[in-house]
Design a protein around this ligand. Sequence first.
Ligand code: AMP
Length: 194
Amino acid sequence: MLNIVLFGPPGAGKGTQSNKLTDHYKLIHLSTGDLLRSETKAGTPLGLEAKSLIDAGKLVPDEIVVEMIRKKLFDNRGANGFIFDGFPRTTEQAQALDGLLLEMDESITLMLALDVPEEELIKRLLERGKESGRADDQNEEVIKKRLQVYKQETMVLKDYYQKQNKFHNIDGLGSIQEIFTRLGDVINKVSTTL
Ligand code: AMP
């Protein structure tokens, strides 16, 4: 399996690039943000609980997102691999993911971290908010809160994967195609050494 953690702060382009990578490498795209938003849309108790946290720019509890991922992994055992987008976001989630993959005799192949300056992130998120209707993209205070949560709780995962020699930094500025080419170059290089 090719198991990729597509990493980066909110607005880095993870969703856009995940869609392209999923098509190209025939992988399953697992976005905890998308999974949570569909629960909210369906009006499930979990979705309603998550909504107030999402709208405030805070993280949803680890147990909830880990359980969602567990189910998706075991439902797709025969897949070529997975792209994890917006997950893991805490050390506990990364450890849980390693444990789940181990149960499947699998592991993370690599982490690709999209690097984008903060001013550009805020600009992109406000722009996206106009089209997506996502409340968490329309309010600059909530955007700043999400960037703060990223720095405080999520960024540390770069070290987590660096220690396993799986971390790759990718310049996240440029056209969608340019960034996709940069990601593909690393994936292809790593895949040949597997
Ligand atoms: P995203 O679409 O990845 O930007 O996620 C939107 C929101 O969903 C985040 O700001 C969090 O409130 C929540 N969320 C998504 N993924 C996770 C995760 N792995 N852990 C905790 N909360 C998450």
